[in-house]
Design a protein around this ligand. Structure first.
Ligand SMILES: *[C@@H]1O[C@H](CO)[C@@H](O)[C@H](O)[C@H]1NC(C)=O
Ligand SMILES: *[C@@H]1O[C@H](CO)[C@@H](O)[C@H](O)[C@H]1NC(C)=O
Ligand SMILES: *[C@@H]1O[C@H](CO)[C@@H](O)[C@H](O)[C@H]1NC(C)=O
Ligand SMILES: *[C@@H]1O[C@H](CO)[C@@H](O)[C@H](O)[C@H]1NC(C)=O
Length: 891
């Protein structure tokens, strides 16, 4: 390009430019985006205003500026001096700034629009150096709904007034209303809607729930809701604790503090005196949830006031608890005590405990403790308690006035409080002078220089010493014939009475510090018994005699009585003898084995420890002649009208062997008949009578009887002289079938029976063999037994007593005569041999007193041996009118 052509080019360019400018020719102006005269923006929002030049040639635009409402130029970002305090991020931006773009538009930035930034903002610039450009925009701020103070969880307290806070800010100012569970709340006397809160009066638990705080701005149409959860809290309340609380020393204790409240309160414990929080102390433990205060190994000092606090969000409750430490009683001192009889004394027992224990005593021999004060049973004894202020001990005092020996003994001290009971034993010794209280033996016997012991027992506390004197104050120690054993509290002297001087009074002298007592013991010489005081013959038969004897009463009691007897024409040196013990007073004095119809002489002597006394005067008796046996006595139940058989078809008849009157009994005759009752009397059914002869046994079964039937039985003993008088009995068979006995006998050969038969057979064979040996070889068991019994002395003293003569003992037997039933007894006078009938009222007859007034009459009820034996020797029999025994029935 040349210099000549340049102006042409410029002219062309300008022309072109002008052509284009004309083509779209516009008025240069500024445009602010976003459009609008007024921009309304919420506070805090970030805003961008862009001022754009609308010119043909933007490059001609200069001096673009934004002016604030005070017409101050707003700086562009790069010129802003950052405030120091906001530089911690290094990128903090100013509240507003401008930024110029390449197309010459200028942006205005509001970082966070503030209320005071509201106003008119102007954008200006210059175009083509001379044409000013200007454009303004108004910024109006509004405030969006803002929850200034509206916590989403709020906790009113039960029973109090509460304002649910909901502080809302907005511009234009908002209107607020409340909803509870979706329903609009209206102001009532419970609900008051304030500017910033909903006030609820007297909050109830039912006020729990979700509240809605609703804010709205009508001009902007903005609406916001805030949900507020309301949970009603309750202030803690501590349950009443029954104060004081007793805890026991040495043990572990739990003290509970209970409180209610919502939310559940937590607990703390404080000891009031020290203000110490107990949750951090070693022996104490606090469970903050349950409120239990645990004290391990309670100490005496733990007593006092404690404070329990229960705290929750709604508040705190406190209570004070008085705690008492109980100290179990302990007996500190209980000393033994000694007192002299008749003096006053106190036994003391000291005990400690909290609360102070009550102390009392119990004597070991008694069940009950002493009561406080004077004892109701014994006003000598007073029980008191005294509190020792210094040591804190209780002193129990048992005051005994005028002590008795019975007060001596072991005592138990009993200390008791609410915690426990303690015991301790102690002894009270009551000393007393010697006493011979329990000695009754004042006389001691000896004889024939026999050594004898005289013993003296002195009771006393302390033990007494004993010495002995005789003949005034002669000491026994000096005598060679006296040996002293022991000098107290028991002392014995062994005296060997060589001569009569030793039979005297001995004095035993016991002494202890409280006194001296004497006791006299006489040593007497004992002698043999004198003659018997009385001898009476009671019963006589052909072979036996029975006496009633009264022994003498010497110093030493009679032990035995001996009788010597002989036939009258013999001499005493050939006499036989018999000895009875008198200790067993039921022993009858009976001599047996006499000869019939023989005169005898008897003499008696008594014996004691010293020896046999002198023989008394002689007693003569003549034994009667041999005759038929006495009436046998049937065993039965005395007093019964009849016997009851255990069986329906048999009866066991038992009797006592009567005296045989000189000839052995060889047979018993038993006759039994059925009875019928006619008009209250008995009648014998003669055709039913059965007779049985029994050998010398005293037992017989009557068989083949009818059931539930009365029978009468007559029993006679027989010897060579004839039949005795009959004994009678009535019996009745049992009800039942008459075959019961047959059944009973049914299974004959049980295994037991077989064994029994075998044993019996062997035994019989053995007896036979032994008998043969006895006769042929003079050896074997039978032979030995025979020989021995032959050699046996006649008077084996007491051993043989009553062995043979069971009939003499008062065993029960009966004699139920037929006539007795009718109320009369037929009696036969056998002395005269004539048959006479006497009517005698039936009475119970005393065996010991024979019916003496019936001397001439043989008593029908012959209850024993009688002197008035009037039985004839010729064997003639007389028969009673009842006719049970026929004349011809004999033999
Ligand atoms: C009291 O006496 C008893 C025996 O009676 C004895 O065992 C005990 O030791 C005594 N106590 C004192 C304290 O002397
Ligand atoms: C007396 O008593 C002593 C001691 O107890 C005893 O050894 C002696 O045999 C007795 N003497 C007589 C005669 O009982
Ligand atoms: C007293 O005497 C009794 C009986 O002999 C004896 O057991 C006891 O030990 C004695 N007491 C004293 C203190 O000697
Ligand atoms: C009793 O008799 C026997 C001999 O039969 C004779 O040894 C004994 O001394 C007699 N007893 C009396 C106390 O006569």
């Amino acid at each position: 390009m040349t210099a000549r052509s340049l102006p042409a080019y410029v002219a062309i360019a300008v022309l072109l430019l002008q052509l284009t400018a004309y083509a779209d020719a516009i008025d240069p102006h500024l445009e602010i985006l976003p459009n609008g005269e007024m921009q309304t923006k919420p506070i805090g929002s970030s805003i961008l205003l862009t001022c754009k030049p609308k010119v043909d040639n933007p490059s001609l635009v200069d001096d673009m500026q934004w002016l604030d409402p005070q017409n101050r130029v707003i700086d562009s970002l790069k010129y802003v001096v950052l405030p120091l305090e906001s530089t911690h991020t290094g990128v903090s931006k100013p509240a507003m700034y401008t930024e110029l773009h390449q197309d010459r538009s200028l942006s205005l930035f509001f970082n966070s629009l503030q209320e005071e930034q509201a106003g008119k903002y102007t954008c200006r610039g210059t175009y083509a150096r001379n044409q000013p450009l200007n454009k303004s925009v108004g910024i109006d701020t509004i405030i969006a709904i803002t929850w200034d103070d509206a916590p989403p969880n709020q906790f009113p307290i039960l029973g109090e007034d509460f304002s649910i806070k909901c502080k809302v800010r907005a511009r234009p100012s908002p209107s607020v209303d409340w909803l509870y569970n979706g329903e609009l709340i209206k102001t009532t006397d419970r609900y008051i809607i304030d500017a910033h809160s909903l006030k609820i009066k007297n909050v109830q638990e039912s006020d729990d729930g979700i509240y809605t705080c609703r804010a709205s701005v009508q001009t902007t149409g903005e609406l916001q809701e805030r949900l507020i959860r309301v949970e009603v809290h309750t202030r803690p309340s501590i349950e009443e604790i029954s104060s004081p609380v007793d805890i026991i020393e040495g043990e572990n204790a739990n003290i509970e503090c209970k409180a209610t409240g919502k939310p559940s309160p937590t607990f703390t414990w404080i000891k009031s005196l020290t203000q110490q929080n107990l949750s951090i102390t070693d022996r104490f433990g606090v469970n903050p949830v349950t409120g239990v205060l645990t004290i391990t190994n309670v100490n005496r000092d733990d007593s006092g006031e404690y404070q329990c606090s229960a705290t929750n969000a709604a508040g705190t409750a406190k209570t004070t608890i008085q705690v008492n430490v109980i100290v179990k009683p302990k007996i500190m001192e209980f000393l033994n005590k000694t007192v002299v009889q008749g003096k006053n004394t106190e036994i003391m027992c000291k005990a400690f405990g909290r609360p102070a224990p009550e102390v009392t005593f119990r004597k070991f021999t008694a069940d009950k403790q002493y009561v406080m004060g004077v004892q109701p049973q014994d006003d000598r004894i007073v029980m008191t308690n005294r509190l020792n202020d210094v040591s804190g001990e209780t002193v129990g005092i048992l005051s005994i006035h005028s002590a008795l020996t019975s007060d001596d003994g072991l005592y138990e001290c009993v200390a008791k409080n609410t915690g426990d009971v303690a015991y301790k034993n102690g002894h009270l010794t009551v000393e007393f002078p010697p006493s011979f209280h329990h000695m009754d033996n004042k006389t001691v016997y000896s004889w024939g220089q026999r050594p004898v012991n005289l013993t003296c027992i002195a009771e006393s506390i302390p033990n007494a010493t004993i010495r002995w004197t005789f003949y005034g104050d002669r000491k026994v120690e000096d005598d060679v014939s006296i040996n002293v054993i022991g000098n107290g509290p028991i002392s014995t002297i062994e005296v060997r009475p060589h001569d009569r001087r030793y039979y005297t009074i001995y004095k035993c002298i016991a002494a202890n510090p409280h006194g001296t007592r004497e006791n006299l013991i006489e040593l007497k010489e004992a002698s043999r018994p004198s003659e018997l005081l009385d001898v009476k013959m009671i019963e006589l038969t052909a072979t036996t005699i029975r006496f009633d004897l009264t022994p003498p009463q010497p110093e030493l009691p009679v032990q035995t009585i001996t009788v010597q007897y002989k036939e009258r024409d013999q001499t005493w040196d050939r006499a036989r003898n018999r000895t009875w013990s008198v200790v067993n007073t039921t022993t009858p004095y009976v001599v047996e084995g006499l000869k019939p119809q023989t005169p005898y002489e008897f003499r008696f002597a008594a014996k004691n420890k010293v020896g046999l006394g002198n023989w008394g005067s002689n007693h003569y008796e003549m034994t009667p002649g041999r005759t038929m046996p006495n009436q046998p006595k049937i065993l039965c139940t005395p007093g019964n009208d009849y016997e009851q058989s255990l069986f329906s078809n048999q009866y066991e008849l038992g009797w006592l062997e009567p005296p045989d009157n000189g000839e052995p009994i060889d047979m018993y005759l038993i006759k039994y008949c059925q009875l019928s009752r006619v008009a209250g009397d008995w009648e014998v059914l003669d055709d039913t009578c059965v007779e049985i002869k029994s050998q010398t046994r005293t037992r017989q079964y009557l068989k083949g009887l009818s059931s539930d039937t009365f029978y009468s039985v007559e029993l006679q003993a027989h010897n060579i002289m004839g039949f005795s008088k009959p004994g009678y009995v009535k019996f009745r068979t049992a009800r039942g079938t008459d075959t019961s006995v047959l059944q009973h006998q049914g299974p004959l050969l049980t295994s037991g029976a077989v064994i029994g038969i075998v044993v019996a057979t062997i035994f019989i064979i053995f007896i036979i063999i032994d008998a043969i040996f006895c006769c042929v070889r003079k050896t074997g068991i039978i032979y030995i037994i025979c020989e021995r019994s032959r050699r046996k002395p006649v008077d084996e003293e007491d051993a043989k007593l009553g062995s043979l003569y069971g009939w003499r003992f008062p065993l029960p037997y009966c004699d139920q005569k037929m006539a007795n039933v009718a109320g009369v007894t037929a009696i036969q006078d056998s002395g005269s041999g004539k048959n006479t009938i006497r009517l005698v009222k039936h009475t119970a007859i005393d065996e010991k007193e024979p019916l003496k007034e019936e001397k001439k009459i043989t008593p029908i009820i012959d209850s024993g041996l009688r002197r008035e034996t009037s039985i004839t020797f010729d064997g003639k029999r007389s028969i009673s009118k009842t006719g049970f025994v026929g004349k011809d029935s004999a033999v």
